[in-house]
Design a protein around this ligand. Structure first.
Ligand SMILES: [Zn+2]
Length: 293
């Protein structure tokens, strides 16, 4: 409407086209400027000159620099995996990891969630945001979704460089802090929403990192239902079976929205009507308190 009004005022077809071109270019340059400002490397450099970030980092380093990592796994002490409810509410969570073969965007899946009005929580890494800045902005403004923290560089959170599935974890407390707090601040700076939840890359994490996140006011979230959609080209029938067999009130389901060529969307198309028939409703994580099982 605003553009049409302006076009009428300009009162010539050519002038109108020029005006729209001008506006388009301003928007483009603003968003590319922003994307550049928030890119992982630039943003982390900026954070490391920010006194509030540095003070907190020194405090965390002094506390965790020589701490014992404790147990390593997806369900270690302090990690939550369930919604606190006995009613038929469940939460779909979708990760966007990034990485050599993981920089896709499953638009078909996100469109389906819209058509079906299924809310979900999206765990997003800083590096995936860098590849999909305008898509990320749109998702963050979409009330159907809740954006949460999947780490700055998709490094499983570890105090001593543990690795899993050939992915190297953070090497020390300083890197772990950047992975958690760096991405939380990046999401906050872009979206003006402070993430409350952190899912470590691969969901593996050590107990010290869980405590670190907690001190930063962040709850570490794992899952109770493993869809298996991250196994490349897993058939949709397998994903459907994996999800449906473990469904019960309060479960958090882990899936992905960064592999459009895999079968998450096809599986969801079958899962959602079946769960609705069973009387389940879908919520974002922030609807309930979280608990471990
Ligand atoms: Zn991931």
């Amino acid at each position: 409407m605003f553009f049409m009004h302006k076009c009428k005022l300009i009162n010539s077809y050519k002038g109108c086209i020029l005006f729209l071109f001008f506006i388009f270019n301003i928007n483009e340059s603003v968003s590319s400027q922003n994307a550049e400002d928030f890119a992982n490397r630039t943003f982390l450099k900026k954070l490391n000159h920010d006194s509030s970030y540095l003070t907190l980092k020194r405090k965390i380093e002094s506390e965790f620099g020589h701490a014992k990592p404790g147990r390593w796994g997806q369900f270690v002490k302090g990690v939550d995996e369930n919604l606190s409810t006995k009613l038929k509410y469940i939460a779909f969570t979708f990760d966007a990891c990034g990485g050599e073969k993981g920089y896709g965007y499953d638009k078909e899946l996100i469109d389906f969630m819209h058509t079906e009005k299924v809310p979900a929580t999206l765990f997003v890494t800083g590096r995936w945001i860098d590849r999909h800045f305008s898509t990320f902005l749109n998702l963050s403004r979409d009330t159907l979704f809740e954006i949460e923290n999947h780490g700055l560089n998709h490094k499983p959170c570890s105090l001593n460089g543990k690795s899993i599935y050939s992915i190297n974890g953070t090497a020390n407390a300083e890197e772990a802090f950047d992975e958690i707090e760096g991405n939380a601040r990046k999401i906050e700076a872009i979206t003006h929403h402070t993430p409350r939840y952190f899912r470590s890359a691969t969901a593996f994490i050590d107990e010290a990192c869980v405590r670190m996140a907690s001190e930063l006011g962040i709850t570490t979230v794992s899952f109770q239902v493993l869809s298996g959609d991250a196994i490349a080209f897993s058939p949709d029938s397998v994903i459907v079976k994996n999800v449906l067999k473990d469904i019960r009130p309060g479960v958090i389901i882990i899936m992905h929205f960064n592999h459009p060529a895999w079968h998450t969307f096809e599986a969801m198309r079958k899962i959602i009507p079946k769960l609705r028939l069973q009387g389940y409703q879908f919520v974002k994580l922030n609807k309930f308190a979280l608990v471990s099982h």
